[in-house]
Design a protein around this ligand. Structure first.
Ligand code: ADP
Length: 447
């Protein structure tokens, strides 16, 4: 729906251009456009009016305000000669910049120039009453002479010049500020670059130190493994000899010993056997740490491995209140080293049997994705949360934890974890003190 026009006026002679210019400013002011926009609209009208009059007999101007949506002032100027749109568009190109939109069309009654300028957001609302008021005001408007209009134009020019000067001053001030800021930014940048360079130097030095330290650490760990391997190797022969000699002394073929002598020889043999276990464990661990264990990969039949563990460990699990179970394997075969795998499982099961007074010890295996998961659960003493990583350190034993049976060296778990790594998997523990522990060995099914 098009709103009722605010005003219509016809341009016939050149003087009317001044009239339409004044009217344009009046309408623009009345609908709420700001002073500069009033001048823009007035100038656009007089320019279009001038061009249209030069091209033909007369031109009709209609002012309308569209109050719905974004309130906008529309001006339509109709020139009674048709087919002029293309030519006029070229001539009026510069006017388009003064308004929001300008179109030149060929209509049935002539060429139509349409212009629109949006009203500012804060403009007073254009109610029907206000529109009537504006209409009445415009009808009463008495146009001034061209001289009056010239005076108004001069004033506007002076105001525009003032504004341009103020803008130039503002620009100069802004430029100065910008230069100052730039200088500040440059100084900050330089300072930051220097700090960064310094930090970088520090980081580089730190890394060099770190490399050196890790090389030292590697060398120390290698030396330790070598030392352990050598010492254990050297100790094995004499310790084995002590055990042998002890056995010889207590043999039935030897001279009879007194009861006290026999007791002491047994003690020596017992200690020597413990020492041999420790030496053997140390040698195993040292070999694993030195990377001297090469797995012998084959398709391992888990039924056989489980059967053997069941057979060899049952004699250890003699406590009547403990139910020792080795399940049927849920994974038939896997690519691994049979001896090393059995060694890990044996260590875990012996520990479970050692630390379980009553309840159950159980071994099972199931497939999880591409892995086989071996689980050894027990209902034994359990391990406090904060020590669950420490038990994988060499010689570490949970303080106050006494095995229900047997002894220990504190080397079984570190060795088991090493072997798990060598076999391409991992070993972890979950445990609750007083309830029991679960050790989980995860190995790839296909190596
Ligand atoms: P050890 O020869 O002493 O058993 P390990 O390295 O095998 O050495 O184990 C280290 C320590 O971890 C044990 O001394 C014990 O305190 C704790 N531990 C290991 N397995 C269990 C388990 N199943 N239940 C409770 N404690 C355990």
């Amino acid at each position: 729906m098009t709103a009722e026009p605010l005003m219509r006026v016809r341009l016939r002679v050149e003087q009317d251009v001044f009239v339409v210019r004044q009217l344009g400013r009046e309408v623009a002011r009345a609908v709420g456009l700001e002073s500069q926009d009033q001048t823009r609209v007035a100038t656009a009208l007089s320019e279009v009016g001038r061009v249209l009059l030069a091209a033909g007999r007369h031109a009709d101007v209609t002012f309308t305000v569209e109050p719905i949506g974004v309130p906008t002032l529309h001006v339509a100027m109709v020139h009674p000669v048709t087919g002029e749109a293309a030519r006029l568009t070229g001539q009026l190109q510069h006017v388009g910049r003064l308004v929001d939109t300008m179109e030149v069309d060929d209509g049935e009654t002539g060429t139509i120039v349409r212009m629109a300028r949006r009203l500012p957001l804060g403009a007073p609302r254009l109610t029907p009453d206000r529109m009537d008021e504006i209409r009445e005001g415009l009808a009463r408007h008495v146009p001034g002479t061209p001289l009056d209009e010239l005076a108004v134009q001069n004033q506007q020019l002076i105001a525009a010049l003032d504004e341009v000067r103020a803008q130039r001053d503002d620009l100069a001030r802004l430029n100065a500020e910008l230069e100052e800021t730039n200088r500040g930014v440059m100084a900050l940048y330089n300072q930051l670059s220097e700090e960064l360079e310094e930090t970088n130097r520090g980081v580089v030095a730190l890394y060099a130190e770190l490399d050196e330290k890790s090389a030292q650490l590697g060398a120390a760990s290698e030396a330790k493994s070598r030392f352990l391997a050598n010492v254990s190797h050297e100790l094995r022969a004499p310790v084995t000899a002590i055990i042998g000699l002890g056995r010889l002394l207590t043999d039935s073929g030897s001279d009879d010993l007194t009861v006290e002598q026999r007791r002491q020889v047994d003690l020596i043999r017992g200690s020597a056997t413990d020492l041999l276990t420790l030496v053997n464990d140390l040698l195993d661990l040292a070999k694993a740490e030195a990377g001297r264990i090469e797995p012998n990969w084959s398709d391992v039949d888990l039924r056989a491995v489980f059967g053997q563990l069941r057979g060899t460990l049952r004699p250890l699990a003699t406590r009547p209140g403990v139910d020792f179970t080795v399940d049927e394997p849920g994974v038939p075969t896997l690519r691994s080293d049979e001896v090393l795998l059995a060694q890990v499982l044996r260590n875990l099961l012996t520990n479970a049997i050692k630390f379980t007074e009553a309840g159950s010890v159980r071994l099972s295996v199931r497939r999880v994705g591409d892995d086989a998961e071996f689980v050894v659960t027990d209902t034994g003493t359990g391990i406090p949360q904060e020590l669950q990583e420490r038990i994988f350190e060499e010689f570490y034993q949970v303080p106050g934890s006494k095995p229900v049976s047997g002894k220990g060296t504190g080397l079984g778990l570190p060795y088991a974890r090493r072997l798990a790594g060598i076999l391409g998997g991992a070993l972890r523990v979950d445990s609750t003190p007083g309830e029991g522990s679960t050790f989980t060995l995860r190995l790839p099914v296909a190596s």
